[in-house]
Design a protein around this ligand. Structure first.
Ligand code: NAI
Length: 330
């Protein structure tokens, strides 16, 4: 028996988390869930943004599946997502992007974005110099650049990937991006079987729109990775099909890239595919490789038929119907 923490947040979080739990339980009955809630609803009831015992549960289980959580403006800490990443030092944000049938704009896209998750402009070091001048400090360190670069190259080897593309703006930010690039270059030398290329972020955006199938692993910093991964999601069908892993050395939290979709919450029309795809990554991480692969195939097969898709993908299925299509296929 293996226990997984499931974090249910706001908006569509409950609907899609229930869908993902149903599918996981169907595939691997041995997995049990410790469900904890977080977000604005919990805050309004308890004055705290997380249910008691949530952090302890993730600490103990090491693996969590997280539904989206809303971020209250100017209350408590900046965001529960940022808090979780910091608390468990989830430094690698891994986002696979793959062509998905006829709602992808491009064929043969199969790339993975490795985004550093803990520093860069996201460190949140901002300063008011005067009412009319604000500064934000970009922090890049050798240690944190090294560990994300290592993860990207290790992943390339483990998944038989051929190329790592290092994305920076090192021509302009010679010190910060220069350090990241130097460290990534040094790391690449330890993996001679993996081709390495370097590209500037602006050119990368253009190249991705022209032909994303050229790319394999993209290694980059926090802000560039944030923007590039949403851009890449748009190339293959949008946020409804974008899963992610937040990985540290000891803990991992799996979540969809999208947010709480308050406009459609409670209507049983949210697309649970991205969270279920995140569950495939979780199963693989937990050692259930076959089950993960079977689930991947099931998602792809179900999405082939237009009427089986949810509305955001032009279909008719409700959240629960889509989930049933998956379990029926399995
Ligand atoms: P959003 O991703 O929630 O919604 C953007 C649009 O996509 C909306 O039209 C929504 O209906 C649609 N959409 C998103 N997910 C969908 C799904 N599974 N099925 C069908 N349609 C879907 O982004 P937004 O509106 O910027 O953020 C809303 C809230 O979510 C905010 O409070 C934000 O802080 C939070 N958020 C949380 C994240 C997390 O927990 N990781 C990530 C991003 C946003």
């Amino acid at each position: 028996m293996k226990e997984v923490t499931v974090i249910i947040g706001d908006g569509i979080s409950e609907e899609i988390s229930l869908a993902a739990m149903k599918v996981i339980k169907y595939l691997v009955p041995d997995i049990v869930f410790d469900v904890k809630r977080a977000g604005i609803d919990v805050y309004e009831k308890t004055g705290s943004l997380m249910e008691e015992g949530l952090l302890e549960s993730v600490e103990k289980n090491k693996v969590a599946l997280k539904g989206p959580i809303g971020t209250p403006i100017s209350k408590g800490f900046r965001s529960i997502n940022v808090e979780l990443r910091k608390r468990f030092d989830l430094y690698a944000n891994i986002r696979p992007i793959k062509t998905f049938g006829d709602f992808s704009r491009y064929e043969n896209v199969d790339l993975v974005v490795f985004r550093e998750n803990t520093e860069d402009l996201y460190a949140g070091i901002e300063k008011e110099i005067s009412k009319d001048e604000m500064h934000s400090i970009k922090v890049i360190t050798r240690r944190k650049s090294e560990r994300i670069a290592r993860k990207a190259f290790e992943y390339a080897v483990a998944h038989n990937r051929k190329k790592v593309t290092i994305v920076t703006k090192a021509n302009i930010m010679k010190l910060t991006d220069g350090l990241f690039l130097d460290v990534a270059r040094e790391m690449s030398e330890k993996y001679p079987g993996v081709e390495t290329e370097e590209i500037l972020i602006d050119n990368m955006c253009m190249q991705l729109v022209i032909d994303p199938s050229r790319y394999d692993i993209i290694l980059t910093q926090n802000l560039y990775g944030d923007i590039l991964s949403d851009l890449c999601a748009g190339l293959v069908g949008g946020l409804g099909l974008a899963p992610s892993t937040n990985l540290g050395d000891k803990h991992a939290i799996f979540e969809a890239v999208h947010g709480t979709a308050p406009d459609i919450a409670g209507k049983n029309i949210a697309n649970p595919a991205a969270l279920i795809m995140s569950a495939t990554m979780m199963l693989e991480h937990m050692g259930y490789r076959d089950e993960s692969e079977r689930l991947n195939i099931a998602i792809r097969q179900v999405l082939q038929k237009k009427e089986q898709r949810t509305r955001d993908l032009g279909g008719l299925a409700s959240t629960t119907e889509f989930t049933d299509y998956i379990t029926n296929y399995l």
